[in-house]
Design a protein around this ligand. Structure first.
Ligand code: ATP
Ligand code: MG
Length: 577
């Protein structure tokens, strides 16, 4: 019998396949978490290139974070091999940078203009506005789109310095393409096929740029889930998603309803948690596979944040020991690799960065390696700029060797200053992966340092527990997830001392964050809280997060450290003693 030829679409279910094979033109893929939106997007691109003979150069795939862009690139590399090189996969900021580098003259910039990092732009804004406080205000105005008169001086100053800031990376391309129809047409011809993952989080500028890049009836695929819209606080507008079919006439819509990521307890809990604020009431979302007795969601109440963190650390330790440790755990938990769990299969999620302190301390004590997304830009770390600037002088060798010699030379020049040399060496480790990516182009490296590093400093290949804010976790998945801080005041977030407001749009966005957090988990989910928590130096009693109430107790079970400790296998206990 004839064996059907293998296709890149083979790993898709019928709904996903329909989305991947949909004809060109505006297309909206609207579906819940874990339904394979991102997977469908990569297969659609691979199908068009590998099986329909389209030129890879015409594809532009946009995502929001560097890590998401990296993952997309990797998946496309796997599917397309060499041909994946000609695709453009970028974050919005990278796309803006790419256009600006090509059109720098029109923007009044030199070919190797710089990017002002947070500290630098504040310095400039403060200089223009008269004080740091006013400078901060100016930047806030600027970042939320309200282009005021006073900001012209700030922009002018930036241009004099041959620099742009992050806002410019989008605002300038929008201005250039908006003012010149031929230029816009040039880019439309270059990228006839555009797709945007996580479209529910686009803001006004990003939307305008997409409009400029898309011809009427053009091929724009928007992928997303309005219930995962979590960036409203910084100007994103889920309305763009909800209006897509009106905005892009003739748009087709595909819905996906099967969740491949998580077990049924996690999926059901997520659906219950979002229900009171869902923007897609009645949507379908169910777990794939047989889950007649899914492991329940562990709910832990600790005395304070220290005890909560120690619960996390000990639980990780126990789960790595390979035993299930509460009675309703059915089945082993396994990682992506050889069947056993490793550190990188765990993730700890929290609402505010401050919560990571206690977690890190507990993980340090337990000897559990972790990596945390850092919020400061890499360039503001001591030594990094020196290494980056020095790099351009080392013309030969691989990027790794060049970084090494730059660090060695700088250390020699500053011998005696041990602290600086230690910083320089650390900086060399931080810079190396980016240098490898950017090849021989020092200005490219400096831009990558200024942008990429803030967005994402996580190495997906490192075997470490990931510590992430809920905002940083979107699109990602982990076999085991701990969502800490399920207290009222953190979820939903309020500043300490601030009273509860009515359930408004802010609270709905907080609920969506909770939803995003829950749906990162594949096999095990733990929700924890502290009865008493210190925030900004003041300890106060807390109430449980109201979001917990939405989850049926049949899906959860209380877990505490004591029972867990007793069940720990003997050999592991020995090792720990
Ligand atoms: P999110 O909203 O969180 O971004 P998503 O809809 O983009 O989720 P993916 O990350 O694409 O979901 O897929 C979730 C997981 O399910 C991935 O591990 C993916 O490989 C797997 N998956 C998706 N579709 C299928 C399928 N048809 N068969 C097997 N596994 C699948
Ligand atoms: Mg996704």
């Amino acid at each position: 019998a004839a064996v059907p030829a293998r296709s890149v679409l083979d790993g898709l279910d019928p709904q996903q396949r329909a989305a991947a094979e949909a004809p060109g033109g505006p297309l909206l893929i609207v579906a819940g978490p874990g339904t394979g939106k991102t997977r469908t997007l990569t297969r659609r691109i691979a199908h068009l290139v590998a099986e329909r003979g389209e030129s890879a150069e015409g594809f532009l795939a946009i995502t929001f974070t560097r890590r998401a862009a990296d993952e997309l690139s990797e998946r496309l590399d796997d599917l397309l091999g060499e041909r994946a090189r000609d695709l453009t996969v970028a974050t919005f900021h990278r796309l803006g940078l790419l256009i600006l580098r090509e059109q720098h003259e029109r923007a009044g910039l030199s070919a190797d203009f710089g990017i002002a990092d947070t500290a630098r732009r504040l310095e400039i804004a403060a200089g223009v506005a008269g004080s740091e406080k006013e400078g901060r205000r100016l930047l806030e105005r600027r970042d939320t789109g309200d282009a005021a008169e006073r900001d012209a001086a700030y922009e002018q100053r930036l241009r004099e310095l041959d620099m742009v800031d992050f806002t410019d990376l989008l605002a300038l391309p929008v201005r250039l393409l908006g003012a010149d129809a031929d230029l816009a047409a040039h880019y439309r011809r270059r990228w006839p096929r555009i797709s945007v993952d996580e479209y529910q989080d686009v803001d006004d500028r990003q939307y305008t740029l997409l409009r400029l890049l898309t011809a009427p009836g053009g091929d724009l695929t928007a992928i997303g889930d309005p219930d995962q819209a979590i960036y409203g606080f910084r100007g994103a507008d889920v309305g763009f998603f909800l209006r897509f079919t009106a905005d892009f006439p003739g748009a087709a819509t595909v819905r996906l309803g099967r969740n491949y990521r998580s077990n049924s307890a996690i999926v059901d809990a997520a659906v219950q948690a979002i229900a009171p604020a869902s923007l897609l009431p009645g949507r379908e979302l169910r777990a794939v596979g047989d889950f007649s007795d899914p492991p329940r969601i562990g709910v832990h109440t600790a005395a304070d944040e220290k005890a909560e963190a120690s619960f996390v650390a000990r639980s990780i330790d126990r789960l790595l020991g390979g035993t299930s440790w509460h009675s309703l755990d059915s089945g082993r938990v396994t990682g992506d690799g050889d069947g056993g769990l490793s550190f990188s299969d765990f993730c700890v999620l929290y609402r505010t960065d401050a919560q990571s302190e206690a977690v890190m301390r507990a993980l340090d004590t337990a000897g559990v390696p972790y990596q945390k997304r850092s919020h400061d830009r890499l360039l503001s770390r001591p030594g990094v700029r020196m290494v980056a600037d020095e790099l351009s002088r080392h013309a030969t060798g691989t990027p790794v060797e060049r970084v090494r010699s730059a660090v060695a030379l700088l250390c020699e020049r500053h011998s005696g200053d041990d602290e600086l040399c230690a910083h320089l060496r650390t900086a060399g480790e931080l810079v190396r992966p980016l240098a490898a990516e950017c090849g021989d182009d020092p200005s490219e490296l400096l831009s990558a340092l200024a942008m990429g590093a803030e967005v994402d400093a996580l190495d997906p290949r490192a075997d470490r527990v990931a510590l992430l804010t809920l905002h940083a976790a979107k699109g990602l998945e982990f076999p085991v997830v701990f969502l800490v801080g399920c207290d009222d005041g953190l979820l939903p977030f309020r500043f300490p001392g601030e009273g509860r407001g009515p359930e408004g749009s802010g609270e709905a966005e907080e609920r969506r964050l909770f939803f995003v957090g829950i749906t990162r988990a594949q096999q095990r989910l733990y929700l924890s809280r502290a009865r008493r928590r210190t925030r900004r130096g003041t300890a106060a009693d807390t109430a449980p997060s109201p979001f917990l109430k939405a989850v049926d107790t049949a899906l959860t079970m209380p877990v505490d450290e004591e029972s867990a400790v007793r069940k720990r296998p003997r050999d592991r206990q020995m090792r720990l003693l």
